[in-house]
Design a protein around this ligand. Structure first.
Ligand SMILES: [Fe+2]
Length: 225
C-alpha cells in the first residue's frame, strides 16, 4: 500500500493539508478532553457509551467509507480508500466490534439507536451530497477520533468486566496508517476535484463531531449546547 502514498508536489496544496490536519486534530483533541472520567460514571452510563458507539459504528463505518469512495474522483484517493475498505471487509471489523460489545454486555437497544438517530441522519444526508473533499475530511476526522478513543473505550469495557480487546487493539494500531492515508487521499482529491468556494470544508466534520457528542453524552442535537 505504501508505494501508492505519494504527496502531490504543489507547495500550496501541502500548506493547505497541514492546516486542515491541524484543524482536524484540534477538533479530535477537543472531543477527547471532553470525555467524562470512566471512574465517575455509573455502570449503566458506561454501557450506554459503548452501546451508542456500536449503534453508530457497526452499521455505518463501511457505508460511510464507501460513500467517500464513490464521491472522490482522484485515482490515488480511490486506491487509498479502497485499501481501507478492503481491510474492513476482509478482517470483518463489524464482527470484531460486535464481539467487543457483547463481551461488555453493552449491545445496543432500540433506545440506544434512537438516542443518536437525529445526528446520525444528518451525517447520512450530508454524505448523500457526494462531495469528495468534504467526505474525505469527515472520514479523516472519524479515523483519527477512533484511534484516540480506543484507550477510553477499553477502560469502559474493563470497568464492565470484559477482557475482550481485539477490536480496540486492532483500531489503536491500524487507524494510524488509515488516518495518514486519508490526508494523502485528501491532497490528491483537492488537486483533481477541489471543493466549491462557497462550501464549508468542515461541514461533515462538524456534523460528525455532533454525532460523537450524542454518543458520549447521550443527548440529541436539539438539546446539545
Ligand atoms: Fe475498522
Amino acid at each position: 500500500m505504501n508505494k501508492t502514498l505519494t504527496m502531490p508536489q504543489q507547495m500550496t496544496d501541502s500548506a493547505n493539508i497541514v492546516g486542515i490536519k491541524e484543524t482536524i486534530n484540534s477538533m479530535i483533541d477537543d472531543l477527547i478532553v471532553s470525555l467524562p472520567n470512566p471512574v465517575e460514571l455509573t455502570s449503566d452510563e458506561r454501557r450506554g457509551i459503548i452501546a451508542r458507539y456500536t449503534a453508530v459504528l457497526e452499521g455505518n463505518f463501511i457505508y460511510w467509507m464507501t460513500a467517500a469512495y464513490i464521491s472522490v474522483q482522484a485515482e490515488e484517493a480511490r486506491m487509498i480508500i479502497l485499501e481501507n475498505l478492503h481491510e474492513e471487509v476482509r478482517d470483518a471489523h463489524p464482527a470484531m466490534l460486535r464481539r467487543f460489545t457483547i463481551a461488555a454486555n453493552a449491545f445496543p437497544t432500540d433506545v440506544d439507536a434512537l438516542a443518536v438517530d437525529e445526528s446520525l441522519t444528518k451525517v447520512r444526508l450530508f454524505l448523500g451530497g457526494l462531495s469528495g473533499v468534504q467526505s474525505v475530511v469527515m472520514m479523516a476526522l472519524f479515523e483519527g477520533f477512533i484511534l484516540k478513543f480506543m484507550e477510553y473505550l477499553t477502560d469502559l469495557a474493563i470497568a464492565r468486566g470484559s477482557v475482550e480487546r481485539e477490536y480496540t487493539d486492532v483500531h489503536g494500531v491500524c487507524d494510524i496508517e488509515h488516518t495518514e492515508g486519508l490526508f494523502i487521499a485528501l491532497a490528491a482529491e483537492m488537486e483533481v476535484n477541489p471543493i466549491d468556494s462557497e462550501k464549508d470544508l468542515f461541514e461533515g466534520a462538524h456534523l460528525l463531531c455532533a454525532l460523537i457528542k450524542s454518543i458520549v453524552f447521550n443527548r440529541t442535537l436539539s438539546s446539545a449546547v
